[in-house]
Design a protein around this ligand. Structure first.
Ligand code: UT7
Length: 333
């Protein structure tokens, strides 16, 4: 069920996150603004989901717009020229175009002349999948520096008549530069998984070569209750797996950076792991669910707020459409 990500540390070098960046649209859409669009209210959204506002891209802003800005900030923080990047991975469900892929557009803009370019379609788990690939490339010695971006312009794929889904999502990007480090530091273990049996629970209909005439456009459809249950289950299982593989206990975790989909999902996962609120990073109130963007944006803000220091055990945990899921465990280096 899981792809295992534990490597024999004595034989391989490690990979760490050397720099992060984020970029969000200026425009804010509050719950009160949403009251004018669908039959909802601030109290319901705040209590049931934990969101107060989300960011919405302007008409001339795309996934590449925010990816480029986040990538440039991450490279600056890592003190690394773009020409040193070996691979760009862009996790997104809203590429500028299917081809050229968004990684290619970023490559050109930042001048990453020698980089390979790949987009990852893995919904909310995309950043974890991308980070797992980055780590494997570096640990194997095949590559030195990998740029992983999580980005979404959800506002373009929402059904603005469906109050069950349109209130949940927002736009934005986060980026991380992965570079080599001593074995045993940086990424310790990862798990990635999926189960296509749950594919109908959360779908971007009319987004590929299958036509869904029963829907009048390309937008997200979701069975919220079922997704909720699977989210809590898979995030919990994934977290316990990476901890067990690393020989650590939940109490060893310094900070949990969970996918920001619903505050009640985050609370349920934290409760099962017996993590107190100060060990859980939450910013859902400001941005909503930016799908592939939530974890790198949250990581960036956790660093800005000095919530992470060298040696800390950081657990990142996500689930998303597919269903897909994944977790990463790091010793911050
Ligand atoms: O990255 C993955 C993305 N997806 C998710 O993370 C979704 C996970 N699921 C959820 O977060 C929750 O299931 C939702 C937030 C989508 C829904 O919350 P819920 O507590 O599961 O509500 P519900 O669907 O059981 O609906 C409860 C009530 C219903 O009214 P009645 O039938 O009890 O009268 C809904 O019609 O709340 C109503 N409702 C709303 N009311 C005001 C549903 N959406 C809204 C809304 N505003 N936006």
């Amino acid at each position: 069920m899981f792809a295992k990500g534990t490597v024999a540390m004595s034989e391989r070098r490690g990979a760490k996150i050397a720099g992060v960046g984020k970029a969000l649209p200026e425009k804010r859409l509050t719950n009160f603004d949403l009251e004018k669009i669908v039959n909802t209210n601030d109290e319901w959204i705040t209590q049931r989901v934990g969101i107060k506002e989300r960011r919405i891209a302007a008409e001339d802003e795309y996934s590449s717009t925010f990816s480029i800005k986040a990538a440039q900030d991450a490279l600056k923080a890592a003190n690394l020229p773009a020409s040193e990047i070996d691979l760009i991975l862009v996790a997104t469900s809203t590429p500028d175009t299917i081809f050229p892929n968004t990684a290619c557009i970023v490559q050109r803009a930042i001048g990453a002349t020698k980089a390979g370019v790949l987009d990852i379609y893995c919904a909310c788990s995309g950043f974890i999948y991308g980070s797992s690939i980055a780590w494997s490339m570096i640990a194997s010695g095949a590559m030195n520096h990998v740029l992983v971006i999580g980005v979404e312009i959800n506002s373009r794929i929402l059904n603005w008549k469906d109050r069950g889904s349109c209130i949940l999502f927002g736009d934005g990007a986060g980026a991380a530069v992965f570079s080599p480090c001593a074995a045993g530091d940086g990424l310790l273990t990862f798990k990635i998984g999926g189960d296509g049996n749950y594919g109908d629970l959360l779908k971007l209909v009319n987004s590929g070569c299958v036509k869904h005439p029963e829907y009048d456009g390309t937008y997200i459809t979701m069975q919220g209750n079922e997704v909720f249950k699977q989210a809590v289950r898979t995030m919990n299982e994934c977290a316990l797996q990476v901890l067990e593989d690393a020989g650590l206990a939940p109490s060893d975790v310094s900070l949990l950076i969970p996918h920001q989909a619903n505050i009640r999902i985050i609370d349920a996962v934290a409760k099962r792991l017996e993590l107190p609120p100060e060990k859980v990073f939450v910013n859902i109130e400001k941005y909503g669910n930016t799908t592939a963007g939530t974890i790198p944006i949250a990581l960036c803000e956790a660093l800005e707020e000095n919530r992470i220091k060298k040696g800390d055990i950081i657990l990142m945990d996500a689930f998303g459409a597919g269903l897909t899921w994944g977790a990463l465990l790091m010793r911050w280096a």
